[in-house]
Design a protein around this ligand. Structure first.
Ligand SMILES: [Zn+2]
Length: 326
């Protein structure tokens, strides 16, 4: 059987079916906004749909039309060479998408398609357009060329102009379910042990992008080392505490501390809820500690506070929570 890109997608079943059905009925629409959490597959679904739009011999399935994955158009989509596909992304060393980039895109969209009966534009991340870029795009959205299909992707739809949002058909993506995450991790990170896989799924919040970052062997090892450091605080050695604060104050490591702390606290809170009164520290105390210490770690980075002193304060507070008196 021919493998299509759509057939490789896990999750988002209703949304994918809606997109395929729109193609089947010959009505892809002029503008769609794909929005939802980071790393759940918005771009992957968009590219599969674009492939289906351009495919020379689309496959009909239960849900509608899908790209065949093997014709010359499908292959050009996969390799990023289709002449009727315009992609707009952030340029290197820039923080916003500029009006010139949008003007160039809209000009290209106004030309007759070369190999297809449509021209497709993909803007990722659309929320990075500055105000004049967004206004330039708005003109195209108000009067789209007959053959054009625009796809905007963002995890921050609230940062788009309301007038842009209202002119797009909205496709909302949700976090992936644990079973979908497990199947994707099996495919994309097959080296994980069952314990590492379930830890990664628990921490990734339904984002396969986050899961792949978390599952990186170096990141896994570093996170576990930080957790071991936090556990060792209950032993009560002030020298070890000072040494640990020094070690984790190195800027790249310190950058990860808020996320690691948040993860560690989330585990403590979950365990204390499950085990109830049998533990010395209740969920409320863990929650209060998490609120204060994760915020302290974050603000220390934002306000450029001394990392070592911040970590010493965090570690001392954690040790005290566990009954160690310094
Ligand atoms: Zn094809």
């Amino acid at each position: 059987m021919t493998q299509t890109v759509f057939s490789c997608i896990l999750g988002h079943a209703a949304l994918v079916a809606r997109l395929q059905s729109a193609l089947h009925h010959g009505s892809p629409g002029h503008a769609r906004l794909f929005h939802g959490p980071e790393g759940v597959g918005k771009q992957t679904v968009a590219l599969a749909w674009i492939q289906s739009l351009f495919c020379l011999q689309p496959v009909t399935n239960d849900q509608g039309l899908a790209g065949c994955g093997t014709c010359s158009s499908c292959i050009k989509c996969t390799t990023g060479n289709h002449p009727d596909l315009q992609r707009l992304e952030l340029l290197e060393k820039k923080s916003r998408i500029s009006v010139d980039q949008v003007r160039e895109l809209t000009r290209a969209m106004s030309f007759t398609p070369l190999e297809s009966d449509r021209k497709v534009a993909l803007i990722d991340d659309a929320a990075l357009m500055n105000e004049s870029a967004a206004n330039a795009l708005l003109k195209t959205l108000e009067e789209p060329p007959a053959h054009s299909v625009l796809i905007l992707i963002t995890s921050r739809p609230g940062a788009l102009l309301p007038t842009i949002r209202s002119r797009c058909q909205q496709e909302r993506f949700h976090p992936l379910a644990p079973a979908e995450m497990a199947a994707l991790l099996q495919r994309l990170a097959p080296g994980l042990s069952p314990a590492e896989q379930s830890e990664t799924i628990r921490l990734a919040g339904g984002s396969i992008g986050a899961a792949l970052r978390l599952a990186d062997p170096g990141v896994l090892e570093q996170r576990h080392r930080f957790f071991r450091t936090l556990e060792s605080l209950s032993v009560g050695s002030l020298n070890d505490l000072i040494a640990a604060a020094q070690e984790w104050s190195e800027s790249e490591r310190f950058a990860q501390v808020p996320e690691y702390l948040e993860t560690w606290f989330a585990e403590r809170i979950r365990a204390s809820v499950q085990q109830g009164a049998s533990l010395d520290i209740g969920p409320e105390q863990w929650l209060e500690g998490a609120n204060q210490l994760v915020r302290l770690a974050r603000e220390a980075r934002i306000f450029n506070l001394n990392a070592r002193l911040t970590l010493e304060a965090i570690f001392i507070r954690l040790a005290r929570m566990r009954g160690v008196a310094f």
